[in-house]
Design a protein. Structure first.
Length: 146
């Protein structure tokens, strides 16, 4: 973890200014000693103060809910396939020809404040995702979704 200034995308996603410091966190997620995912996370320090190495090794979300007393709300995720890069090949043991499943997400507090912008890069052969639609809404024929 390091402290950084947000780039333009991070400012937009987190609704912060260029002078607002952020945590820049990179974590390798493992299961039974097998690398599964690289996670790149940006969090504004002004929204989520007090993250340290001890919290990183346990649970950031527990820190947010228990120590800070905040309530985590919805998230917006974009899932797509991508080619593995040098970091994927080094840390999650992908071949140069292996695809990865990339998940970009913004997570919000229950008051609508974005507190996390992250990108997770998953090995293609170590899991899957299941999506459940909890609500069906009719859309007009002229509406579009992105």
């Amino acid at each position: 973890m390091k402290f950084a200034s947000p780039d333009e995308t991070e400012q937009l996603k987190l609704r912060i200014g260029k002078n607002d410091s952020v945590y820049d966190i990179i974590r390798l997620r493992m299961l039974d000693g097998t690398p599964l995912m690289l996670e790149y996370t940006i969090m504004p320090i002004c929204v989520i103060p007090g993250i340290n190495k001890r919290i990183l090794k346990s649970s950031i979300y527990s820190h947010i809910t228990k120590q800070l007393g905040l309530t985590i709300g919805p998230s917006v995720r974009r899932i797509r396939a991508d080619k593995s890069d040098a970091y994927d090949q080094k840390y999650i043991d992908c071949a140069s020809t292996d695809p990865v499943l990339e998940v970009d997400q913004v997570v919000y507090l229950d008051n609508g404040t974005p507190f996390e912008y992250s990108q997770m890069r998953h090995r293609y052969d170590k899991g899957d995702f299941t999506a459940t639609n909890l609500e069906h809404r009719l859309m007009s024929p002229n509406s579009r979704t992105n």
